[in-house]
Design a protein around this ligand. Structure first.
Ligand code: HEM
Length: 503
């Protein structure tokens, strides 16, 4: 009798609990945009193409519209492809969080800038913005010329390596390591106040750890959504590499920091000064003090280095690849460079006088968005977005790939046409739906620096070299603009011929 009662009560409690959850779930779905069904626990993950998740998301947008919901493992997710709605959403305070991915919360533990949220993010963003301006990353800042000289030094280094490689003008060269080294050194000087030689073992180690780590981290990586999978050996090995690489990188950063006195103008020096001033300041909240702890410095430096190197590198690689694929555009740029500059080497002030080049760069950033799924945000308080109710903890994906290839905004979107970014007078015009740096309160902090780097590399290299694809680089029938996606989208075919234009 006792047994019977126990089981009856337990079963009815369990079924009430399940019913309650089912009803609340159904009620919460009512307030969400439409979207595909998924399986329990894993949601829609099995249907995402792990190599091209942005394409799977774009297909769903064609079916469900410009805002839809999709369950990814344990994370309720909203995907937006309408640029106006992305702007509206990403300007809301409630959407300034980061999604609870295993990477951001489990590994980076909310440190740094890219993965931080709340008061720490606000403080670190303010600090990094001040550093950015003090380093000359603002129009008409007195230090801008110094920064320009630093970048031009990097351009010179890359061109020297291209010229020194015997095969450059005949069978081509993989020039990505040259760009990695020279742009990496721009970031090294900004952050650490030092450069590394091309063959320096520490530099080799740092780039190896970062390149391999980035390959293993993809927003679609199932571990991000199902952290328990890390018990599986394949995932365990990836995690061990990422975590071990991070520790080793931080060790190197700590050595560099120890060599700082705190008077330096680089990011580490500024951070140390801020840290010291806070230690001595009474009345500062605990969060504020904690926000400038030693761990934060290492994560912040890694964020600035990674973001500052990977995305301009990817953008320049795509740009030069497009030059090889579209020789008529390349010739137009070269004619513009020759007409406007005669023989002098490009400088930042020339950018406004080179609208076709600017348009060609923007168009390459549109056609191959280097962060195709954007960097997702997280909802930090329940809020309304248009007619929908978003719950705290929801991930919001701004699907930049779909925005940039939307035929309603960009007729024949797969065509590379710099003219889209020119007005009737031939002046450069920024298009509203063009958002490679995302938009809103967390918009890329390095946009100005990125524009400086991309312009100086693109203009100087195209002035001196004619770029072509080697005959054997792209197999017959393959798309020369095919991409390989890690955190950033990179060209699959990277070997290019650089023919000197200077006789
Ligand atoms: C073409 C080059 C670049 C592209 C396409 C790009 C793209 C992006 C995107 C899409 C975001 C996400 C914004 C958001 O979450 O709303 C971002 C954030 C960020 N970017 Fe860039 N970026 C570029 C260059 C740089 C450079 C050179 C730096 C160097 C300082 C940098 C530093 C950052 C930082 C620190 C954030 C995080 C901002 C935050 O979370 O508050 N980026 N970038």
């Amino acid at each position: 009798m006792l047994d019977y009662n126990f089981w009856t009560i337990s079963l009815s409690l369990l079924s009430s609990w399940l019913l309650y959850h089912l009803i609340t779930r159904i009620l919460s779905w009512r307030d969400l945009p439409p979207g595909p069904w998924g399986l329990p626990v894993i949601g829609y993950l099995p249907w995402l193409d792990p190599e091209h998740p942005y394409e799977s998301f774009t297909k769903l947008a064609r079916k469900f519209g410009s805002i839809y919901s999709v369950q990814l493992g344990r994370l309720p997710t909203i995907v937006i492809t309408d640029p106006k709605m992305i702007k509206q959403a990403f300007n809301m305070d409630a959407l300034t969080g980061r999604a609870d991915l295993y990477l951001t919360h489990g590994i980076f533990k909310g440190y740094g800038l890219i993965c931080s949220e709340g008061p720490r993010w606000r403080e670190q963003r303010k600090f990094a913005s001040t550093c950015r301006k003090n380093q000359g990353m603002a129009k008409s800042h007195p230090k801008r010329e110094k920064l320009e000289a630093l970048i031009l030094n990097g351009v010179k280094d890359t061109m020297m390596r291209i010229t020194d490689t015997e095969t450059s003008a005949t069978s081509g060269v993989e020039f990505s390591p040259f760009l990695t080294h020279s742009i990496g050194n721009v970031m090294n000087v900004i952050i650490f106040g030092r450069e590394f030689a091309y063959d320096d073992p520490t530099w080799k180690l740092l780039t190896h750890l970062s390149e391999e780590g980035v390959k293993l981290i993809g927003v679609a990586g199932p571990l991000n959504f199902l952290p328990f999978l890390r018990v599986i050996p394949k995932f365990r090995a990836s995690m061990d590499f990422i975590v071990g690489g991070l520790e080793r990188t931080h060790e190197i950063y700590r050595e560099i920091t120890r060599e700082h006195s705190g008077d330096e103008e680089d990011v580490v020096g500024c951070f140390l000064r801020e840290q010291r001033s806070r230690q001595g300041r009474e009345g500062d909240s605990k969060v504020a003090q904690h926000s400038f702890c030693d761990d934060q410095l290492n994560f912040l430096a890694a964020d600035l280095f990674g973001a500052g190197l990977d995305t301009p590198l990817a953008t320049l690689r795509w740009f030069f690849t497009m030059m090889a694929v579209y020789p008529e555009v390349q010739e137009k740029i070269h004619t513009e460079l020759t007409t406007v500059l005669a023989n002098h080497s490009p400088c930042l002030d020339d950018a406004q006088r080179l609208p076709y080049l600017e348009a060609a760069i923007s168009e390459s950033q549109r056609l191959r968005t280097v962060v195709p799924t954007g960097i997702p945000h997280g909802v930090n308080t329940d809020c309304a977005l248009g007619d929908y109710q978003l719950k705290k903890g929801t991930m919001v994906v701004p699907l930049l790939w779909a925005v940039h290839l939307d035929p309603k905004i960009w007729p024949e979107p797969e065509e590379y046409r710099p003219e889209r970014f020119l007005d009737e007078m031939g002046n450069y015009r920024r298009m509203e739906a063009w958002m490679p740096f995302q938009t809103g309160k967390r918009v890329c902090l390095g946009e100005e620096l990125a524009r400086m780097i991309i312009f100086l590399y693109a203009s100087t290299i195209l002035q001196k070299f004619k770029i072509e694809f080697p005959d054997d680089e792209v197999p017959e029938g393959k798309d020369p603009l095919e991409g390989v996606c890690g955190i950033t989208l990179l060209p699959k075919y990277g070997r290019l011929i650089f023919k000197s234009r200077v006789s």
